[in-house]
Design a protein around this ligand. Structure first.
Ligand code: NAD
Length: 486
């Protein structure tokens, strides 16, 4: 039998496609079928250094450093435009590499374009101020780019997470090195190509593929990297902060969550049920802000649970490119095993499986990394499934009695990324939102975000915010100039 040939991809450094200097490659898979999609360079510390050197040269080059900021903005608009023009192809690639349903991948590409559009508009509005000081002096501030910034990205939203942090960095005049997750490098490599096509000078956008410790760690440790934006797990965030400390470079951390969806008895049950299902089963639950804990007021718990079980059981698992698919696979077999182990631990600790609880048995799904949409009822605070981020399609259900109990249970987590509140009582909605220890709260809707609204976690969920006007200020340094006019 003839071996299947798959494409070899390259890394993007200095405006050109390059292999790892070691010549090594590794395969990336389609998680819905287990088939190899292509082979990418297995970068190492030397490749990471080459990418930073390229970004440093580009930062010092007048073609980028002295560019009219409005023109910098127009270049970013062009990137957004190409993302929209290639939306269908990019979404297909994201679905093949990550497994998510095509409709969700299309939404991701559109969101990536929105990030570039939003920050394109800010490129010529990053301004300082004049400050009244004593004496005959003129005192003013200038906001300068930092230099080279590193963007370390997870596998659940490979393109959007890269766009979300690279767009503000570029708008502010920095040059960037992206490091995709090992499982899902393909769309970020495409983004680098689109940036070049848009006219962004060579070396301003670089992408290095390879392992977290080897490539990611080397980028962060490089003395010319002035900021690292990591979207990833708490464990990685801790390591990244340690590495950055060696150089006293800046770190933006967007980490995990164990997010409560709080449903009060007076809420619209139909709307709440639909949103709870979307909030945990979109992207097969592999979302930092998945509503993975359902807190529901005792008297409506059974009725809501029944709707949720029906919804979970009616989901169609399959390849993301099939139009009937509503939930794809986990990104890798290791991730599926992790999910299965969590569910087993929940059962051992006394939770009841109300839906799912196993991998599907259908023949057509056997070679992919699927896991059924799962609902665990009777979850209590001592259980691992209550405390830890599972990062899969598993909803943990806990009942509460009244507002205080709801808030106490919602805040009973080391995480604080997102919380949902469902109630028809306006007073309660605002009071509860005010008491929640979460960076993002939504009322009567599923997790929703826009490029213009801040996105960031409290507690172990992160140390900063991406998106919104303030995000751009993370990517500049402030210089104060005092001029003696006497
Ligand atoms: P991860 O932490 O394993 O990996 C994230 C990235 O960090 C990858 O590119 C990885 O290669 C790299 N990395 C790993 N070890 C490293 C090291 N020692 N030095 C430098 N880089 C290293 O996370 P993941 O499994 O890819 O993604 C899932 C996690 O991401 C979840 O915890 C999820 O909640 C979180 N996440 C957070 C947000 C947010 O906005 N808060 C968004 C998406 C995902």
């Amino acid at each position: 039998m003839q071996a299947e040939t798959v494409p070899d991809y390259e890394m993007f450094v200095g405006g050109a496609w390059v292999s790892s200097h070691s010549g090594r490659r590794y395969p990336v898979f389609n998680p819905a079928t287990g088939r190899v999609l292509g082979r990418v360079p297995k970068g190492d510390p030397e490749d990471a250094r080459a990418a930073v050197d390229s970004a440093k040269r580009a930062f010092e080059d007048p073609s980028w450093r002295e560019i009219d900021p409005s023109k910098r903005g127009r270049l970013l608009y062009k990137v957004a435009q190409s993302l929209r023009e290639r939306l269908a192809d990019l979404a297909k690639l994201e679905t093949l590499n990550n497994g998510k349903p095509l409709g969700q991948a299309k939404g991701d590409v559109a969101m990536a374009a929105r990030h570039f559009e939003y920050f394109a508009g800010l490129a010529d509005k990053i301004q300082g101020s004049t400050i009244p000081v004593p004496g005959k002096r003129l005192d003013y501030t200038v906001k300068e780019p930092l230099g080279v910034t590193a963007h370390v990205v997870p596998w659940n939203y490979p393109l959007v997470m890269a766009a979300r942090s690279m767009a503000p960095a570029l708008a502010a005049g920095n040059t960037v090195v992206g490091k995709p997750a090992s499982f899902t490098p393909l769309t970020l490599l495409k983004l680098a190509e689109l940036c070049k096509e848009a006219g962004i000078p060579d070396g301003v956008v670089n992408v290095v593929t390879g392992g977290g410790d080897e490539v990611g760690g080397s980028l962060i440790s490089h003395p010319d990297v002035k900021l690292t934006a990591l979207t990833g797990s708490v464990e990685t965030g801790t390591k990244v902060m340690g590495l950055a400390a060696e150089n006293l470079s800046r770190v933006i951390l967007e980490l995990g969550g164990k997010n409560p969806n709080i449903v009060f008895a007076d809420a619209d049950a139909g709307k709440a049920a639909a949103a709870v299902l979307n909030g945990i089963f979109t992207n097969a639950g592999q979302m930092c802000w998945a509503g993975s804990r359902l807190l529901v007021e005792e008297e409506v718990k059974d009725a809501l649970l029944q709707r949720l079980v029906e919804g979970a059981n009616s989901m169609r698992l399959g390849e993301g490119l099939r139009p009937e698919t509503t939930m794809g696979p986990l990104v890798a077999d290791s991730q599926r095993r992790r999910v299965a182990e969590y569910v087993e631990s929940g059962i051992e600790e006394g939770a009841r499986v109300a839906a799912g609880g196993a991998a599907p048995e259908d023949d057509g799904l056997r070679s992919g990394y699927f896991y059924r949409p799962t609902i665990l009822d009777g979850v209590t605070r001592d259980m691992k499934v209550h405390r830890e981020e599972i990062f899969g399609p598993v909803l943990a259900v806990t009942a509460f009695k009244g507002e205080d109990d709801a808030v106490q249970k919602a805040n009973d987590s080391k995480y604080g990324l997102w919380a949902g509140v469902w109630t028809d009582d306006l007073r309660r909605a605002h009071n509860v939102a005010g008491k929640l220890e979460s960076g993002i709260v939504t009322v009567n809707e599923e997790p929703v975000t826009f490029p213009q609204t801040p996105f960031g976690g409290f507690k172990s969920s992160g140390n900063s915010s991406e998106q919104g006007m303030d995000a751009v200020h993370s990517y500049v340094r402030v210089k104060n100039v005092s001029v003696n006019l006497a």
